[in-house]
Design a protein around this ligand. Structure first.
Ligand SMILES: [Fe+2]
Length: 111
């Protein structure tokens, strides 16, 4: 069974119990390039991913899951990994990389 953890920054990641320090550094760097960043402004949520986009390696989708639904924005290699969506009050953002898989970040409600 695959376990997931959430760190103090709200980043959700798979279990790293078996990884050594070097592998954890690599894992951290990969996490930083795939974990979505967001800004909430005027009832919109602007989601950005610090990941390059090429035909061989790119973010294929950004997903916003909220309490009663979700939105999926599919991306092509020529797109910027950035989307603006209607904000539904909290939830979880996911990014999907065609090579490295799924990454997620919960939205901080500040409460
Ligand atoms: Fe990637």
């Amino acid at each position: 069974m695959l376990k997931f953890y959430k760190n103090e920054e709200g980043i959700i990641y798979p279990s790293v119990e078996l990884l050594d320090k070097e592998m954890m550094d690599v894992h951290k760097e990969i996490n930083e390039k795939h974990t979505p960043e967001y800004e909430i402004k005027d009832n919109k949520i602007i989601v950005k991913v610090n990941h390059g986009m090429s035909d061989e390696h790119y973010i294929t989708a950004i997903v916003y899951q909220f309490c009663d639904g979700f939105m999926t924005i599919k991306l092509n290699p020529t797109d910027k990994p950035e989307v603006e969506l209607d904000y539904h009050g909290g939830g979880i953002l996911y990014t999907i990389c065609n090579i490295h898989g799924v990454y997620a970040k919960s939205i901080d409600l500040g409460i």
